[in-house]
Design a protein around this ligand. Structure first.
Ligand SMILES: [Zn+2]
Length: 243
C-alpha cells in the first residue's frame, strides 16, 4: 500500500522552489543527506522553467516536457520521492492571494515538518519568481496552520497543518550550515541531469568553490548555508544526531 501523508511516520521535508534546477544549485547536498537519513522529501515547483532556453527552436511546451523529466531525474539521484509541478508560467509568478491559497493547500496535503524555500528577504535577488516563491511560501506556511484561512480546503481528512521549521536558502543572512562533504558528489550528479541548462558547461568547480566557502564557516570541507526560522519544535534539523 502506498504511504500517504496521513499514514507516513517519517519526518517530512518539503522544498518549495521556482524552476527545475533551483534546488540542485541551492540545497541538494542537504536534501541528499536528509533522504539518506530517512526523511521523506517532496519537491514542489511553481513553474516548469518554460522560458529557460536561448535556443531559437525551443518552444515552451517542449521545454516543460524536457525540464520536468530532468527534474524528476535529479530527484531520483537525490532520493526525493515526490515531485509536484504547479505549472505556473516561468517568470510570471506573483505574490498574490490565489498563489498563497494554492501553496497553503499543497502544505496541508503534504503535511511537511520542515519547509525549505528561497529567503524572501535576500537583497538584490533579480529573478521575480525567486522573490515571489519565497514570500508566498512563507505566507502559506502561516496560513496553512490556521483553520480560519481557506476553510473550504478542510474537507474529509484534510486539516490545518503546522510546519515546525522553515529553512531559507539563497540567503544573505545565513545562521545555519549543513555539512555536505559526504553528498557534494551527489549534488553535482543531480545538477548534471539538468542537461538543457548545463549544456556541457563545467559547473562542478563552481559548485565545489561555493560549497567550500560555506564550509569554512563551520570548519568542514563543503557546506550549504541557510537562514533558519523556528516556527515550533521539535523536530529541529539542528538537533539531527549526525549534524
Ligand atoms: Zn530559478
Amino acid at each position: 500500500m502506498a504511504e500517504t501523508a496521513a499514514t507516513e511516520t517519517r519526518p517530512r521535508v518539503m522544498v518549495l522552489f521556482a524552476h527545475p534546477d533551483d534546488a540542485e544549485f541551492l540545497c541538494a547536498g542537504t536534501v541528499a543527506r536528509l533522504a539518506r537519513d530517512g526523511y521523506r522529501l517532496q519537491y514542489v515547483l511553481a513553474t516548469s522553467g518554460d522560458k529557460g532556453s536561448d535556443d531559437p527552436n525551443a518552444t515552451p511546451e517542449r521545454l516543460i516536457e524536457t525540464r520536468q523529466a530532468e527534474q524528476r531525474a535529479a530527484a531520483r539521484v537525490l532520493g526525493v520521492e515526490e515531485v509536484t509541478f504547479l505549472e505556473h508560467r516561468d517568470g510570471e509568478v506573483e505574490v498574490n492571494i490565489p498563489f498563497r491559497r494554492e501553496l497553503a493547500l499543497v502544505i496541508r496535503q503534504g503535511r511537511p515538518d520542515v519547509v525549505m524555500t528561497f529567503d524572501p528577504w535576500q537583497r538584490y535577488q533579480i529573478h521575480p519568481d525567486h522573490r515571489a516563491v519565497g514570500q508566498t511560501a512563507l505566507d502559506a506556511v502561516a496560513a496553512a496552520r490556521d483553520r480560519m484561512y481557506y476553510p473550504d480546503q478542510l474537507v474529509g481528512d484534510l486539516t490545518e497543518h503546522r510546519v515546525h521549521n522553515v529553512y531559507f536558502f539563497a540567503t544573505d543572512h545565513p545562521n545555519f550550515y549543513v555539512d555536505i562533504t559526504t553528498t557534494i558528489e551527489t549534488k553535482i550528479e543531480a545538477l548534471l541531469t539538468h542537461v538543457s541548462q548545463i549544456r556541457g558547461r563545467e559547473i562542478s568547480d563552481f559548485i565545489r568553490a561555493r560549497a567550500r566557502q560555506a564550509g569554512l564557516e563551520i570548519g568542514v570541507e563543503y557546506a550549504e548555508a541557510f537562514h533558519y526560522l523556528p516556527m515550533m519544535r521539535p523536530p529541529d534539523l539542528r538537533r539531527h544526531p549526525n549534524w
